[in-house]
Every structure is written in structure tokens, then in C-alpha cells.
Design a protein around this ligand. Sequence first.
Ligand code: IVH
Length: 672
Amino acid sequence: MTENYKDRYKYLVQILNQYSFEYHTLDKPSVSDAIYDSLFSELKKIEEKNPEIISPNSPSRRVGNAISGGFNKVAHSSRMLSLNDVFNYSEVTQWFERILKINKSIEPVFFADIKMDGLACSLIYQDGEFQQAVTRGDSFIGEDVTSNVRTIKNIPFFFNDNEYSFLKSGRTEIRGEIVILKKDFEKINDSRLLQGETPFANPRNLAAGTIRQLDPKIASKRPLRFIAYDILRENKDEIRTNEVAYNMLTSIGFERNRQASKISSVKEVVDFIEYWSERRKELDFNTDGLVVKINDRNIFDNLGIVGKQPRGAIAFKYAPEEATAVVEDIIISIGRTGATTPVAVFEPVQLAGTTVKHASLHNSDEIDRLDVRIGDTVVVYKAGDIIPKISKVLFEFRNGKEKKFNFEEELKNKFPNEEFYRPKGEVVYRLKNSDSSILLKKNIIFYASKSGLDIEGLGEKNVNALVDSGLVKELSDIYDLKKEEILKLERFGEISANNLINAIEKSKNPTLERFLASLGVRYIGNETAKLFAKEFETIEKIKKASYDEIINIKGIGEKATESILAWFSEQENIELLEKLEQLGVVVKSFSQENKQGSLAGKKIVITGTLKDISREEFAKQIVENGGEFQKTITKDTDYLVIGAKVGSSKLAKAQKYSVAIIDEDKFRANFL
Ligand code: IVH
């Protein structure tokens, strides 16, 4: 991939320009917005890494829409800016931290609104009377679209009388978004379909296309709406906060979102985002996010602009549920029931708020149906559940180097010692000689064995009896066993039944490494499980770990990496973990286990260059062993660990506070 980035780049430039033409000019996009955005972000990444190859015709060089010939150009009185996108909560926090760096006395008081997915428009009023409507254009200069905008029925030609009487004199600019409501859009498309016409792609496109029509009669027939989000006056002191601005908008007669609100902490911003994450789908118009701005407009202005974006506002974008990825490999996982599942592996992509690295391909028929090959660019999506899937291959990205995947051959190559068969009428290849109850028994015996969770009473004979009687149909059922049920089996009496229930109960709080090792994931034995536990600390984090994060752990190879990724990409395994949790199995996180580590309660400072470990890594090891890592020496520091090239000031301070000074090797030998 890396050596091919130039070809890839050229192709991305070409195809994105084509998609853009289909979208903007033909109103007939051949791919979804999410696919476009995903490819666009790939292009931007290549450009950021290799600025020397940026083509002047790259879609990243296009600012807004090109101004088309028919309309007069109008300069904006102040720029119509766009916003920086952020995609997760930590980016929201970082945004405000950056603001505090500029001026630490700024209060966390924000104003947040739904981000409408339409087209930006500025309306100019003189003495409270509508004069002119201008599109955003390139942010400095837009197009005069007054005659079309005049047809929008919810735009007032005159301001209502209201308590802000100064608005009746002088120039006022109202900014907002022109949208078409979802229900109106559907009606239009329904009737187009009835008349045998092709439906429009989406409301935003239709709204933008309508505003660009030279004949206003067309606009007048389309159900456009204007929803305002800003009001500007020459004298800025007249409107001090965005909260007041929104009140003004309502009192002079504009539609604006009722959901917009003032927010007084970063935490509440996050709550607001969370609140709308699902509810936004019920709104009348399309939205892909929220706008959050500093409420005080004076502070907002003083924070300034970087490029085309003001520092004082952000757009929070909800993660798309679709993205593109390049298939690097297809691996095969064998489930707990002996069923084989092919899993596509790719570079990490952002999908619906998480980083994903693999997608289930279900079975070999599905590989054939999609015609997925290694090297293909594919579309991955998340459909309600946790495991991403591939919806289609973008065949136009093929360059002839893609490799077909022969499922049967791969089974032979990867598992030379196993035999597989495909039961008649089924699409799934299974391990031979392993009907599901045999595998289930094996799994439970392994789970309960000495090297697993060590559950006394769950040896081979008892497990056979429990499974054969139907009391245990899957591993998690052991946590749901009732004494009365067990007593019905011949093998058990009062005491043995009690003992078994107690032993199972006692296994409910395992350490992470033991739990992981007892799941019987291929290539994940006790030692490997320990490495995983140390690195990730919780099962949740292991679940989310990417290929690179895992393979970079010292001592973990490719086989274990692929195996754990494949295991977590299977729905039935995820369900097993959920059921275990519901039944009261709480896995101790690694740090919990190590609270009483060799460095419990000790405070440690490092100075100098460490041998072959980074300072961060060393600090992490200290924490994992129960110690506390300090940046500077204080009077309660316990140890100063010294590496090479030590500065004298720390040593002097350590001596002053009688802190024990110890070199790296000795420290390691004693504590880590
Ligand atoms: S406030 C400095 N509020 O999103 C710009 N914009 O990327 C402040 N948009 O050009 C804009 N809904 O066209 C704001 N509730 C909302 C919005 C909104 C949609 C659009 C707007 C703007 C773009 C910013």
C-alpha cells in the first residue's frame, strides 16, 4: 500500500471529482455521502503526509461550490465561515482546553444547536425589510439568489414588531440554513416515482439545486424552508450572546430550532450530544451533528479565526455508520460450535464512533456473492449490532492485483491438522467429528479446569451429565443452574449439588488473565493472556483493540493477534460475554488485581535516559505494579530512578528530601 500511495492518490483525486460532479451537477450521486466523506478523508490523510504531491485539481482544493455563471456576485459584510469538525467527546474537551490556553479566564458557557443539513444562506434586511439573499459561495463572495429565496414561505418580508426596536432601523443580516423537510422530500419523490421519473437523491441536494435554478417558478413549487441560526448587526454590542440572538430571531418572526440551548459546562455539552445521538433521527430535517459555540459573542470574536474556521465554535459530527476500507487479508476463525467464519482484516477505520479493523464475511458463499478479494476497496457498515459487515466492493478501485480467496484451500493451509466438512444444504464449513455438544463439553471442561477458572465439580463426567440432560446448552448456563435441577440428575446428591453450586458461585470474580485464558481462544494460553491483561487491563479494551495495537505487544505474534481479533468479531462470542456479565460474572480489571503490587503506595520519579524503554512505558509499568508515577520530586517521593545522563538538580533535590536513589537496573530487578 505505502509504495502505491501515489497511484492511489491519483485515483482518489479522479474518482472524487467524478463523484462530486455527479452530486453537484447531475444531482445523481452514485455513492452515499458517508462513502464520499470516507474516501475524502483518506485523500486528505495522504495529502497531509505528502504535501508535495497535492494536485491543484484535488477536491480538497475546492472551496464550497464554484459560483455558476447566472447569478450576480455579492461580497459578504463579514465572512460566512465554516466550522471545524470534531468526532468524539475528547475532541470537544480538547477544543475548550485550546480556548483556555488562549485566555484562561473564559467561562465554559456555550450555545448549542442542531446542525441542519441544508445550504447556508444570508438574508439582508434594511430597516426591517427584506432586501437580498446571498449564498455562502467561497465564504467571502456569494451569489445573489434573492428571487428564488423570496419564494420561501417561512421567510418574513418584514420583521414583526418586537421588544428589540433598534432592529427596525439600519442593516440586519440573518443567517440560516435552507432545508427541505424529510416528509416533504418523500412526498416529492413518491410522486416522481408514480410518474416514472427518477427520484431526487436527498433533501440537501434538492434544496441546493432548487436555489440554483434560474427560473423562480420552480423554486416556488418546492417546499423550501429557512431555519435561522444567526443575526448580525453593524453595532456588535446590540447582541451580546447567542442566546439573545436566538430570542431575537424568534421575536422578529424567524423559524429557528427550539432545541437550541445555552449550556454551562463541557460535561453538559457532552450530555447534549448524547441526548441527540439517537433522537436526531426523529427530527423533521436531516442532520449529521450539532453546532457548539461560545455563548458570549465578544469572546467569540476575540478568539479569532484559523483558516476558514472560527476558534470559538465547532461542529460535532455523529459518526457515520458506513466507511471505506482496503481489505488486507481474510482470516478464518473457528467458533465454539466448530463453525468456520471468514473475517476481513483492514487498516483501522472510524465507524459509528468506534475504530474497527475487521468485518465478518459470514461464510464462503458470502465471499462469492460480494466477490470480495484481498486488496479490494470495500464499504463496511454497522447494522445495529457490534460486528461490522461488508456491504459491497467498490469495483472501480480494482487494479488487477487483487487476490481471490479460495475458502477450502485456505482451510487446508491454515489448519493442516483439522478436517472440515460442509453439511448438505448448509453454507458453513464445520470441524469434522465435532457435533456441537462435543465442543460445548470440551469448552466447559476447559473453562473449569485447573488452568482455567478452577471450578471444582465441573470435570468431564459431571459436564457430560449436565450437557446431556439439556440443563446446560451453552457455557453461560452453568451460572444459571439451580440446585433442584441438579438434584434430579442421578450423579448428584444434596452435598455434591451444594458444592457444585458454591464452586461455580466462587468463580464469578476471576482475574482478567485467567478469564481470558479459560475461554479457549486459539493461541491464547496463560502466558499470552497475561500479556493481554497487562496491556489492555479490561476485556472491553481488548474487544476494541486494533490489529496494530495487539501485534505491537512484545511476545504476541501474528497467529494470536489474528485469533483474538477473529474471536471478538463473532457475534456468538460477544453474546457469550454479555450473558456471562448478566449472570453476575465480573472480571477483575488488571489494575484492580495489581493494587497490591510490588510498588503498592510508593511514589516514584524518573530522571535521565532509560535503556530500551520509553519513559511512558516505564511509568505505565510502575502504575501496573501499584506505584504512583510523579513528575517532580516532593517530600513524599520514595524513589528516584536514574538512567543515563542525569541532571544534577534532581539528584540534589532527592538528597535534600532524603529520597532513595536507585539505578534503573536495580529498580527493575527489585520491583518490576
Ligand atoms: S452556526 C461560524 N448553526 O454549518 C459559523 N451553522 O460548518 C457558525 N449549519 O455554514 C454557523 N446548522 O451553514 C450554525 N444550527 C446551526 C447550523 C449551522 C447548519 C451550517 C452552516 C454553516 C456550517 C458550518
